[in-house]
Design a protein around this ligand. Structure first.
Ligand code: ASP
Length: 342
């Protein structure tokens, strides 16, 4: 619960952070703390639930890295498709998952084309912390996960995914649905709301802790009915997720191929480095996607979400309908993003 006690506790911790100061890994103090830190933001309506879990850590002075992992684990475990194992499958009928995580010191880890593992985000963190690599894929990623003690879940579609897949097989046409992550009415997701969450198939989260350190996470089942082996932007550092502790952090959702094309979240962070606000930076990156796509941009959704070192947040999308969840010491809310097309 967001109550006065938590508020006071968090405020005190925030002040504590100010007293202690917070040097980055290079020993510099990048910018002053603001009253808005700690803060967590995440994509789509499902972010509200995920932020609650992240806030348990942030609000008691914990590390942003732990918060962004715990936050998106809620979404991965949710039976309300579609992040995680209850998601829609690829065109061969298998659920394959992508995830990435990045901390305040440019440490990062990711997994892609991972099957039968409930929490890809935690495997991504292990890749970051326990291997000399950044990205593990497919059978290798799964072997690593099992060796690390993650249970191998049964290879079985959820009832919803099974139904969606059978419906899809009738035409077998790959046609991504705009805003499927929040869709309340489309062919493959019957309108439904479970535990206050709408359907979604990606969550990206970025956060700043009381020390002023930033981290981010992103986890997805990717595009429904994709080709087998397809990997999207979410596990690609600089595409679906990027964190530079001196500047800010960004994540993305939507058609991953078009985020990868422009190194989306790295681009957003670089625009913030040039002095743009998070919203302006996301808008410029969206405009770059649109320039790359030409008239085809009308048919796709891409959205960016960003947080800077001052605790300011912003988003921008190609199409309307994108929203993000925000939680800080003062409020817990859903913010509707501006978009290029209205
Ligand atoms: N960006 C994800 C992907 O392309 C999908 C999504 O955001 O819904 O895999």
């Amino acid at each position: 619960m967001f109550n006065r006690r938590n508020f006071l506790q968090s405020s005190l911790l925030g002040s504590f952070g100010i007293v202690l100061g917070r040097k980055n890994f290079a020993g510099e103090d990048p910018c002053p703390l603001t009253q808005d830190n700690p803060i967590v933001i995440s994509t789509w309506d499902a972010g509200l639930e995920a932020n609650k879990a992240a806030w348990k850590i942030l609000g008691s002075g914990g590390r942003a890295l732990d918060a962004v992992e715990s936050g998106v684990m809620v979404t991965e475990a949710s039976r309300n498709c579609c992040v995680g194992l209850w998601a829609n499958p690829d065109r061969d009928g298998f659920v394959t998952l992508d995830a990435s995580i990045m901390d305040e010191n440019f440490n990062c880890g990711s997994v892609a084309f991972l099957e039968r593992i409930k929490h890809p985000i935690s495997v991504a963190r292990r890749v970051m912390e326990k291997t000399p690599h950044v990205l593990l894929v497919g059978a290798g990623a799964q072997e690593f996960a099992v060796a690390e003690g993650f249970p191998l879940e049964p290879q079985k579609l959820s009832d919803d995914a099974e139904k969606n897949y059978k419906e899809w097989l009738k035409k077998s046409e790959y046609k991504p649905v705009i805003n499927i992550e929040n869709s309340k009415s489309n062919a493959y997701h019957a309108p439904k709301k479970i535990n206050g969450e709408w359907n979604h198939d990606t969550i990206g989260m970025v956060a700043m802790d009381t020390k002023g350190n930033l981290s981010g996470s992103c986890t997805t089942s990717g595009m429904a009915f994709k080709m087998r082996g397809r990997v999207g932007d979410s596990p690609i550092i600089g595409a679906g997720l990027f964190v530079d502790n001196e500047v800010g952090a960004a994540t993305s959702t939507g058609q991953g191929e078009d985020v990868i094309r422009i190194c989306g979240t790295h681009t957003v962070v670089e625009f913030m480095r040039q002095g743009l606000s998070p919203e302006q930076a996301c808008k410029k990156a969206v405009e770059r996607v649109i320039r790359a796509k030409g008239s085809a941009a009308k048919e796709i959704q891409v959205a960016f979400l960003a947080l800077n070192k001052k605790g300011e947040t912003g988003a921008y999308a190609i199409q309307k309908g994108f929203s993000y969840a925000l939680r800080n010491n003062k409020e817990e809310k859903l913010v509707v993003s501006k978009s290029h097309f209205s």
